[in-house]
Design a protein around this ligand. Structure first.
Ligand SMILES: [Zn+2]
Length: 211
């Protein structure tokens, strides 16, 4: 499990989705959580940089301090029994939307409607604060991928690969959005086409949850 966190931390770094010591990753392990320690660089994690905490955010068997956003991870795991892995990072194109106070929702790419529906934005709060936990975790009642205003992005999934895909896909969509805006004449899909995609999205989602 630690190896998985190390592998995906490096992948996030190699794909320019994280930089320096920002961001954090966790994986649920029964009633406990493996999470990156505070101040660690996701691109260069070692096994000792990953800390085991309980569902109250208390560090177990270690002197290392868990990520300062540990309570946000804990809260999301408590809320969503189907989420087993969480990635939070400041991927630059997605964070550009968070910095502009814009959700990633304009229906201009079919795949994005299918994959996310939309990516909403949680209200700003100080990093590591209780308010940030409240503002962000509640969005997970309806969404798996959420922008954090003036901060970054966070995604949860059944496993770490799917959480990574969400971060990567959101970043690609943010890039496409920005470039299509520069090109001009962004073509918004017709309501009828959006409705068809939403039907397909529900179908895919129910098939996945039945498995
Ligand atoms: Zn952050």
């Amino acid at each position: 499990m630690k190896k998985e966190i190390i592998k995906f931390g490096k992948l996030l770094y190699d794909k320019d989705l994280t930089s320096a010591t920002s961001g954090n990753i966790s994986i649920r392990f029964g009633n406990q959580i493996f999470i990156t320690a505070t101040g660690t660089a996701l691109g260069f994690l070692k096994e000792e940089d990953i800390v085991l905490i309980d569902m109250e955010g208390r560090e177990l068997n270690t002197n290392e301090k868990a990520s300062s956003e540990k309570f946000l991870h804990v809260e999301i795991y408590k809320l969503r029994k189907d989420i087993n892995a969480i990635i939070h990072c400041h991927s630059p194109f997605s964070t550009a939307f968070a910095a502009s106070g814009k959700e990633l929702s304009l229906p201009i790419v079919a795949e994005n409607i299918l994959y996310f529906g939309k990516i909403p934005i949680a209200d700003y709060a100080m990093p590591s604060s209780k308010q940030l936990v409240n503002n962000t975790a509640k969005m997970f009642s309806d969404f798996d991928t959420v922008l954090m205003a003036n901060h970054g992005i966070i995604a949860g999934a059944g496993n770490i690969l799917n959480a990574f895909y969400k971060i990567e896909t959101a970043e690609n969509f943010a890039k496409t959005y920005i470039f299509s805006k520069i090109l001009g004449n962004q073509k918004i899909l017709e309501n009828e086409e959006i409705a068809k995609l939403q039907v397909l999205r529900k179908k895919i989602h129910s098939e996945n949850t039945e498995k």
